[in-house]
Design a protein. Sequence first.
Length: 226
Amino acid sequence: MTRLLDLCITAVARSARLPVLVLLLFLPVMATAHPHGWIDIRVRLLVDDEGRLEALHQAWRMDPFYSLVLLEELSRTEGGLEAGLDRLGGEIRGNLAPFDFFTEIRLGDERLELGEVNEYTVMERGGRVEFIFLLPLASTRALSEETLQYKVFDPTYYLEVVHEAEGETPLDDALLVGGELACTTQIVPANPDPELVMQAALLDVTDEAEPGLGRHFAETGVVVCE
């Protein structure tokens, strides 16, 4: 499974010793087409003193309905909510690691290799479950040489991943660059082909899209540094 929703449901089911089917029954009855939920993200680029990108600090907030389901189930697990959130963090980290945490990063035309995630946590914020983690590069890269672009997306588009926004406007902290570099940032909306939009609309809750569909619906974070 590559869908974060299923990965988290599986994690909670393990903790609660409940069959996955029981939690699947909580899916919204109105979810009859992709996507079936969403994640709001914030991204901060960590840059060293020499202007080299070291890592992407990401925060993912699950949608309110799914967060409610998770929080209610985790509160009933051994150790209560706090212990349940800790276990969930480890499960999410382990399940997403083979998929590069749904993240693609390019510097110019080159796709950058990612390192191992060792720093992560899960918390409740504003009634929503938030997964926060540090995604390092395999090796640091100078940001002043090329335009950096990244996408964060569920390959099957079961979940929509978008930067946190107020209406159609991304929040000021949806994309930040740390360090002393002078950089400009932009979040470019997705512009999928109408045929792909139709293809996604025809998928119901029992269907699984071909891996890669989500890329066409992903926003692009763009960073240009002097």
